[in-house]
Write a protein that binds this ligand. Sequence first.
Ligand SMILES: NC(=O)c1cc2c(=O)c3cc(F)ccc3oc2nc1N
Length: 327
Amino acid sequence: MNEEHAKERILELRELLEKYNYEYHVLDKPSVPDAEYDQLMKELIELENNHPELHDDHSPTSRVGGAILDFFEKVEHTVPMLSLGNAFNDQDLRDFDRRVRDGVGDNVTYVAELKIDGLAVSLLYEDGRFVRGATRGDGTIGEDITNNLKTIRSIPFRLKDPVRLEVRGEAFMPKKSFQKLNAHREEEGQELFANPRNAAAGSLRQLDPKIAASRNLDIFVYGVGKLEGHSVDSHDESLTYLSHLGFKTNAEWKKCDNIDEVIEYVNGWQEKRPDLPYEIDGIVIKVNSLYQQEELGFTAKNPRWAIAYKFPAEEVVTKLEGIELNV
Ligand SMILES: NC(=O)c1cc2c(=O)c3cc(F)ccc3oc2nc1N
């Protein structure tokens, strides 16, 4: 195959494999069988090995290519990653709603979304290409875990639009992967992870990306830190736009016209929580208008325009020789 033709084929395969990856891992609707995907990936690896001059660390072949690091570089977040204040009952939610309406008036709507129980991360894109990923850290300084985040297949390498964007999300380990991982560690006599959150955090803090790649991590993105090249007026619009760009957002979010609808949503999901394929530890409620979010601003630690309703810790039943203890 001549140089020109090889280059064309490499670019064509990269596009095709990213598209198939998106369909499989973001839409959960693959359009080709795995065997075809694997065959095309094998062809691309071969072609790239024969053409090192065409190396691109955003090629689908470099999702697991990262070197083993000695440590993680520190990263400063352009927009601090703050944490959410907590609500524990309906009255707390009504108090939150009153504070919001005292601040911006009664014409306020909310978006309620599942609070994924994983590790908060920030992803930076320039010209629509994934350039860096970091942990929240202390909110201002996080750790650069780009190589490990590249192994999460639902993180797009290239966005639909060439925007400069810093997006926030929660990396997590699905319940099934957690159970399989702990079963394997038990066989090996290794220490077990206490819960999927610790397992996800432990996996993303591995210095060898091959270990992170083996942990079947996933991510839901939930907000924009910084966005240039496009503008949105409300949180529900940003979720829709993030999805349009190629990100995986959690589809269960709901726009609520008042706090009663929020409370209904919270109670509904408290029941359905065990059926989800991933852990949630509550519901996040956000003022929908970005203008009103600006008006409400932040306290030293938390946004005034959002709150986390925390579910009571799930009953853990531990069998000790047949005796059931609800701990
Ligand atoms: N774990 C989550 O699923 C989740 C977490 C956060 C935050 O931590 C968070 C922190 C802020 F300062 C502001 C908005 C936020 O929105 C969020 N939205 C979510 N869905």
